[in-house]
Design a protein around this ligand. Structure first.
Ligand code: G1P
Length: 303
């Protein structure tokens, strides 16, 4: 009898960053709590993990991140006030985030990079493959990416990263992958990885976006990974070692994503995400779209 593999159930969300691009908003509020329409950005990410069947969520936090823990916890005072008023609608909204997943938290301590943040998850994750979701990347729920990555990991083993083609002049903002086709339309074999290369040195225009399904062998590799770009321990450098076979945890495959992604770590993209998602909302959309249409017309007529 063949033993079936344990299903991937754990998601790790690094959330220890300082959010300096959004100062002063992030002086006393974690950037993950900034609202995208009326929900904090981090809730979309946890919902995405849960939608892919990963309901054990470990957040890697740091100083000043208490609001994250509070958001995914009960708020009895608020719940009582809303139920006294009979406001079931808002009560459901308050309870939604605390009922979503089993949440765990660990603090990173020293901010030594994304690779180091992922390494903080080792005791919790143990020996199972697990997912990593970066909070700055918001994937539209209608374009499921993580579930496909889990499927590819179960099929090929090893580790799986998410890739997206970007304009060549944007590649310096991302990890970049050299790839080989394997005869599947949305899956490639990764043959090399480099963190934020100059355009001239980039092996391709395949950017790594913030979703990973990793073999636990990555932890041993991360323990040996020296600080790289920016003096930080980079997950991209550890993955490169899996690609070259110098660590257990490979091979590395890439799922090529063609859906809607918003980089909520960038102010312009953050605003675009809000406008797009607000337009599509049943409750807010009709009125907001009508206003937006008038606004754009006026803007175009302006001298
Ligand atoms: C991180 C990773 C990078 C990846 C990016 C995706 O960079 O280091 O490889 O392409 O996330 O958003 P960061 O944006 O945190 O600097």
């Amino acid at each position: 009898m063949t033993e079936s593999l344990p299903r991937i159930s754990k998601a790790v969300i690094p959330a220890a960053g300082l959010g300096t691009r959004f100062l002063p908003a992030t002086k006393a509020t974690p950037k993950e709590m900034l609202p995208v329409v009326d929900k904090p950005a981090i809730q979309y990410v946890v919902e995405e993990a849960v939608a892919a069947g990963l309901d054990d969520v470990l957040m890697i936090t740091g100083r000043n991140k208490r609001p994250l823990e509070d958001h995914f916890d009960r708020n009895y005072e608020l719940e009582e006030a809303l139920s006294k008023k009979g406001d079931q609608n808002r009560l459901a909204k308050v309870q939604e985030s605390s009922d979503l997943a089993t949440m765990h938290y660990v603090r990173q301590g020293d901010p030594r990079g994304l690779g180091h943040a992922v390494l903080c998850a080792a005791p919790h994750v143990g020996r199972e493959p697990f997912a990593v979701l970066l909070g700055d990347d918001l994937i539209d729920p209608r374009d499921p990416l993580l579930a496909r990555m889990v499927e590819v990991q179960e099929q090929h083993g090893g580790s799986v990263i998410a890739l997206m083609e970007v304009e060549p002049d944007q590649i310096h903002l991302y990890g970049c992958a050299a790839v080989d086709a394997i005869g599947e339309s949305d899956v490639v074999r990764v043959t090399g990885l480099v963190e934020k290369p100059e355009q001239a040195d980039a092996p391709s225009n395949f950017a790594v976006i913030g979703r990973y399904v990793l073999d636990p062998g990555i932890f041993d590799v991360l323990r040996r990974t020296e600080p790289g770009r920016g003096g930080e321990i980079q997950i991209t450098d550890a993955l490169q070692q899996l690609v070259t076979g110098s660590g257990e945890g490979g091979p590395v495959h890439g799922v090529v994503f063609k859906g809607r992604r918003y980089d909520t770590g960038d102010r312009g993209d953050y605003l675009r995400a809000i406008v797009r998602l607000a337009c599509e909302r049943e409750d807010l959309g009709p009125e907001f779209r009508a206003w937006l249409r008038r606004y754009v017309t006026e803007e175009m007529q302006a001298p």
